[in-house]
Write a protein that binds this ligand. Structure first.
Ligand SMILES: N[C@@H](CCC(=O)N[C@@H](CS)C(=O)NCC(=O)O)C(=O)O
Length: 229
């Protein structure tokens, strides 16, 4: 086991932080979390750690510190963890398998995250519906992947599961904010398999967290829509 000291500067409401925390916990890496609420959810008077200001170039979470070195941005962090810790990797051993995982990570980052964010940041019902439809369309591709393997890219959980963890944690919230349509059965079953993973225990949202998330975005909609009128 490694003796490195790992600190995650993150926040539960950030799906990019969830990716990283899921990977850390799933891999059994010891870590501590320093909560850095993104601006939109930052309590008045919250003091952002100097260390975070100095080392997160865009002032975004997640940022990770390993033995005095820093890196921000979730996908590079996931790769960095792969480099730094050889135990319980979330990448297959063969190059071809690794290439598929990386391709799917990028695909999910683009075709699932964009519409997902479109749903919760949406203020116009027609555009929310459009994002919802694009999200469900992306799920059709995920369904195809799951026809040939139990996990998103192969026979074991991978970095692709870390990316989806950021989506699955907020699925109930997304529904309350306008996501419609049924997940394909294979995706629903995949979600259920993910909830059995060690990483999930650390990132799962409580009902209160879902309510907090939904409440914040309903309020955001209200403010945006009232300033339009
Ligand atoms: N590309 C980045 C995106 C990270 C990101 O957008 N983080 C948001 C929170 S979810 C953030 O910290 N924004 C700055 C702020 O709102 O204060 C990643 O993958 O890590």
């Amino acid at each position: 086991m490694s003796t490195s000291t790992v600190t995650l500067f993150g926040h539960w409401i950030c799906p990019f932080s969830v990716r990283v925390e899921f990977a850390l916990a799933q891999r059994g890496i010891d870590y501590t979390v320093v909560d850095v609420p993104p601006r939109a959810v930052r309590p008045k008077g919250f003091v952002v750690p100097e260390e975070f200001i100095a080392h997160s170039p865009k002032l975004e979470v997640p940022m990770v510190k390993i033995d005095g070195e820093y890196l921000a941005d979730s996908i590079p962090i996931l790769e960095w963890l792969e480099e730094k810790f050889s135990d319980s990797s979330l990448l297959p051993t063969d190059d071809a398998g690794q290439a598929i995982v990386r391709e799917r990570v990028e695909w999910l980052n683009k075709y699932v995250y964009r519409p997902m964010i479109g749903v919760y940041y949406g203020t116009d019902p027609a555009l929310i519906q459009e994002s919802s439809a694009a999200f469900m369309k992306a799920m059709e591709t995920v369904d195809q992947w799951l026809q040939t393997s139990p996990w998103l890219a192969g026979e074991t959980p991978s970095l692709a599961e870390a990316i989806m963890a950021g989506v699955y944690t907020r699925l109930d919230g997304l529904r309350q904010l306008g996501l419609t349509g049924e997940l394909p059965a294979s995706v629903q079953q995949h979600l259920e398999r993910c909830t059995q993973l060690a990483g999930w225990q650390k990132v799962e949202w409580s009902v209160d967290q879902t309510t907090d998330f939904v409440g914040r975005f309903l309020k955001f909609r209200e403010i945006q829509n009232s300033s339009k009128n």
